[in-house]
Design a protein around this ligand. Structure first.
Ligand code: PBG
Length: 323
């Protein structure tokens, strides 16, 4: 009998062939692990994010050791300040929680790549990412404070800054301030394509950064748009961003793919808090196979075109891979 179809299954029978023809791979080296640091003592669980905790500076030392043992090469640092005020003073204070944390990490292990989230929302009572006037989130007035925050992180020893505020012109402002201070070699990872998303819910509980009024739709992107993502990314690159990010990841794989196809700079996917919480909740209920689901998600991010993944699962993935 003449066959008139392809035998795709021929390459699926032997495990070694499957391994050899695999197009996408995951390594612990692909990951950036988010960490939350506080002035409080000890470790405190974040109820909506099982396995993720607020860490004191002392606990941070242990965490740094654990990460290097697991082979996770990088962290993204978030801080919970002691005080919040209108000009987000603790965001750029020399003794701010993030600045202290950076110095502690570098003391413990100077090789761990320290990236910092640069934003004001945790640091002002309005819980918005810029300077607030009435019900407006001011753009140009915020730039100075955002840039100052980035500079203070770098001065404390951060290797890379990642602005997440979504003000226009922030990359230019940060690049300018870093260059003036002599930090011409410090890269900027821009949260360029950041959507106004319900997937950040658990994070806002974790970081105590939910907006006190309104929402973030006047500065974060509309989840319905993808062409706009290209304009955001192009502006950030023109202003001096070295790497781009798409956030969230799971519901935005087409955006990752589109950005990857249009720009040749390294691309990061942020597998956000709500994506983590959904998997943990279903896994804890016994409804899904957590390990298989997590690895399939990570493959999806990379297959879509992400070079790196920021994920609360980073340590789990490293363990799955045999660390
Ligand atoms: C700060 C910031 C947020 C996240 C990262 N940086 C929250 C927000 O924009 O509301 C979300 C991270 C996550 O959900 O895991 N602007």
């Amino acid at each position: 009998m003449m066959e008139n179809f392809d035998r795709h299954r021929r390459l699926r029978n032997h495990p070694a062939i499957r391994d050899m023809i695999r197009e996408t791979s995951i390594s612990a080296k692909d990951f950036i692990y988010p960490l939350f640091v506080t002035h409080e003592k000890g470790r405190h669980a974040i109820p909506s994010m099982p396995g993720v905790e607020h860490l004191s500076l002392e606990e941070l030392r242990k965490e740094v050791y654990e990460l290097s043992r697991l082979g996770v090469p990088a962290i993204m640092l978030f801080g919970l300040p002691a005080v919040k005020d209108e000009v987000s003073s603790e965001a750029y204070a020399e003794q701010g929680i993030v600045q202290q944390a950076i110095r502690v990490i570098k003391e413990e292990n100077k090789d761990l790549l320290v990236a910092t989230d640069v934003c004001l929302c945790q640091y002002n009572p309005a819980g918005h990412c810029g300077i607030v006037h009435g019900d407006q989130i001011l753009n140009d007035e915020s730039l100075h404070y955002i840039a100052k925050t980035a500079l203070s992180h770098v001065a404390a020893g951060a290797d890379l800054v990642a602005p997440s505020d979504m003000m226009d012109g922030r990359i230019q402002a940060i690049r300018h301030m870093l260059d003036e201070a002599g930090y011409v070699q410090t890269p900027i990872l821009s949260y360029s394509v950041k959507y106004a998303s319900a997937f950040y819910g658990p994070f806002r509980e974790a970081a105590d950064s939910a907006p006190a009024f309104g929402d973030r739709r006047s500065y974060q992107m509309d989840p319905a748009n993808v062409r706009e993502a290209l304009r955001e990314a192009a502006s950030d690159l023109a202003e001096g961003a070295d790497m781009l990010m798409v956030k969230p990841a799971l519901a935005f794989l087409d955006v990752i793919k589109t950005v990857r196809d249009h720009f040749d700079v390294p691309l990061v996917a942020y597998n956000v808090s709500g994506e983590y919480a959904m998997v943990k909740a279903a896994a804890n209920a016994g409804w899904i196979d957590e390990k298989a689901i997590v690895m399939e998600m990570m493959l999806g991010f990379k297959r879509a075109g992400a070079d790196m993944i920021i994920s609360y699962f980073a340590k789990d993935v490293a363990r799955y891979l045999g660390a």
